[in-house]
Ligand binder design. Structure first.
Ligand code: IMP
Length: 427
């Protein structure tokens, strides 16, 4: 018997430290697929989409929710903050979108309970080695998942189990909160009430999304898997411990939806034309001078979730090669090329030195010890936001893109030249 596995699934993955402009590309692709599914992370993400001048920032909802004919899925790998999700649903519905008719939520996704946020903040505030987390409760929630004491969406529909689980968990959490962090206790009653309200609001949207996605692909539907954060923030393949607590890379896309490797026909790496990072941790090509400041100003590089200024620096060839290896990138979408306008010279880190020797890989464990080797390219002064084809771009902008392609061995099949949906060059 021949075993057939249907494809029809594209994956969008950040190749740097997040904030690569994924949401704009997700929005672009989501008009061309039947289903968009988020696979990891939670409200630490801040996905900004601009449509006809109106800005939407999504933290938990898949960015495809503002495409009228696209179904959206919050997969089992996502951690959901109930209050945040309800607020987001209400906000998008106020703008005329049918969220309840288009959204499905995995019964296996874990819930961020308010104590997770308190732990996240308290651990950061009490540590000498801060990660610079978003304090949204992400790490503590994923920890509970791995410890097998988490609360899942499906548990809300099993009142007896939920009550017993909450009682036991809260006893332990309250002890830690009061004794270790001098914080207040959480009451079972108020946590339960919040969860029951959430359950009643989402009841019609909860399902086994793994089965739904497979069935849809078998029926010939196309799926886009939407990653949050980026490859260098991956808990296994990033700059540990300065990472998030999930896998934004391709493995996470499969684990966080239940799809398999054979379902995937394209992996698109979302890559900013320069690099940013928010939070602590090594960043080899960071520019702490005037150029870094200018990148931040021109690129409006402030966190969409926390408002923190992002650290800015130059394109890093080894980082993209790392993302290519880990994720099996088919191509990249190069974003925010317009931000580089006006720099007389643009630096690119074309390789690294470690202990005085040239290396040709991204050493995740020793990234703070490497020294980038730079080349400089000529910049351009023209505004490129209105360019609609690659040939419209100034010669130096074209040369810059071609240089990155040549050094990384990945083709930029999309070049984004502005925040609006229409400022997108397809090659
Ligand atoms: P956490 O995910 O809140 O635990 O934060 C861990 C690290 O990931 C911190 O450095 C955060 O700044 C970073 N981080 C988390 N989410 C995002 C994101 O969506 N974009 C960029 N950085 C993020």
């Amino acid at each position: 018997m021949k075993i057939e596995v249907n494809m029809g699934c594209k994956v969008l993955i950040g190749t740097q430290w997040g904030d690569e402009g994924k949401a704009k590309l997700i929005d672009y692709y989501s008009g061309k697929v039947d289903i968009v599914a988020r696979y990891q992370g939670g409200p630490n993400a801040g996905h900004t989409v601009v449509v006809d001048g109106r800005k939407y920032v999504f933290h938990l909802l898949p960015s495809g929710i503002i495409q009228k004919n696209t179904k959206c899925v919050i997969g089992n790998g996502v951690v959901i903050d109930p209050e945040q999700l309800l607020n987001e649903i209400a906000e998008v519905e106020e703008n005329g979108y049918d969220v309840r008719g288009n959204l499905l939520i995995s019964d296996a996704a874990h819930l961020i309970i308010p104590y997770h946020r308190v732990f996240d903040g308290a651990m950061e505030d009490n540590s000498d080695k801060k990660i610079g987390t978003t304090k949204r409760g992400i790490g503590p929630c994923y920890s509970d998942k791995c410890l097998r004491v988490g609360i899942r969406v499906g548990d809300l529909f099993n009142p007896g189990y939920l009550e017993a689980r909450l009682k036991e968990t809260l006893a332990g959490k309250n002890l830690q909160l009061t004794k270790i962090f001098s914080k207040s206790e959480f009451e079972l009653k108020s946590v339960k009430e919040m969860l029951v309200k959430f359950r009643d609001e989402i009841a019609g949207m909860v399902t086994n999304t793994q089965y739904y996605l497979h069935k849809s692909i078998d029926e010939g539907k196309t799926v886009l898997l939407e990653g949050a954060q980026g490859t260098a923030l991956d808990i296994d393949h990033g700059t540990y411990p300065f990472v998030t607590s999930s896998n934004p890379t391709i493995g996470g896309a499969l684990m966080g939806t239940g799809l398999n490797a054979f379902n995937v026909d394209e992996v698109i790496g979302i890559t900013k034309a320069y690099v940013t990072r928010v939070g602590e941790g090594p960043f080899p090509t960071e520019d702490l001078g005037e150029d870094g400041e200018l990148l931040r100003k021109n690129g409006a590089e402030f966190g969409a979730t926390t408002g923190r200024p992002r650290r800015c620096g130059w394109f890093d060839v080894e980082l993209l090669k790392h993302a290519k290896r880990v994720n099996g990138l088919s191509n990249i979408a190069l974003t925010k090329l317009d931000v580089l306008k006006g720099f007389p010279k643009i630096k690119v880190a074309v390789g690294y030195k470690l202990d005085g020797k040239k290396i040709d890989y991204f050493p995740t464990g020793r990234i703070d010890a490497i020294e980038p080797v730079y080349e400089e390219l000529d910049g351009w002064d023209e505004d490129i936001m209105e360019c609609t084809s690659f040939n419209d771009l100034p010669e130096n902008a074209r040369k810059y893109v071609e240089f990155l392609e040549e050094r990384t061995g990945v083709r930029a099949s999309i070049v984004s030249v502005g925040p609006d949906r229409n400022s997108t060059i397809v090659r």
